[in-house]
Design a protein around this ligand. Structure first.
Ligand SMILES: [Zn+2]
Length: 189
């Protein structure tokens, strides 16, 4: 992909953000602590199959199905979700806590990307441009440093309950060009 184009795509993606449907639903309390972190997730990832007791991989699913799941979940939540084509939807407002990462939700904003998260499923350029623009926007508005942008896998080092040789959270996975996205997101700060 052409990373030099990420910055130029940022403006177009922000227009999408402004026009995206805003879900009124809230899943958490108003924040009492300042946000100092953004956490990147993918919708796909490993889980324990309750029947076999083996680790199985859950594929990305569609944006609509993932939004239905997360917005009907009694505890979990997400602030933004970005589809493969770069379209972006909002869920929990930024000033409310969404539970998306163990131990860090109170001070972080969650971005979920539609991807298998297995290191093989590629992230399309439109999706990377949109997440770059969103990281740029949030970090600028809230004074978050490059070091404050994390992958879920950077923060949750736990292992699978059904197979302790495997990590519980590996998203967004090795196919996500983390450093290149951060280079582009912080190039114009
Ligand atoms: Zn995650």
């Amino acid at each position: 992909m052409n990373f030099s184009r990420l910055r130029y795509a940022a403006v177009a993606s922000l227009v999408v953000l402004m026009c995206a449907t805003s879900h009124a639903r809230s899943t958490g309390p108003i924040r009492s602590q300042a946000v100092n972190m953004v956490v990147i997730h993918s919708t796909g990832g490993p889980t324990c199959n309750a029947k076999t007791g083996q680790v199985m991989w859950v594929k990305s699913g569609t944006l609509a199905a993932n939004m239905r799941f997360i917005e009907s979940h009694p505890k979990l939540g997400i602030h933004y979700m970005i589809d493969r084509d770069g379209s972006l939807v909002r869920s929990v407002p930024e000033d409310q806590i969404a539970h998306h990462v163990f131990g860090h939700s109170a001070r972080s904003i969650a971005i979920e990307l539609i991807n298998d998260g297995d290191g093989a499923d590629p992230y399309p350029e439109a999706q990377l441009s949109a997440v770059t623009a969103l990281i740029h926007d949030i970090s600028k508005r809230r004074g978050i440093t490059r070091q404050g942008i994390k992958r879920h896998s950077d923060l949750d080092l736990g292992v699978m309950p059904c197979d302790t040789s495997k990590r519980r959270k590996v998203d967004p996975g090795a196919a996500f060009p983390f450093e290149a996205v951060l280079d582009a997101a912080f190039a114009t700060q």
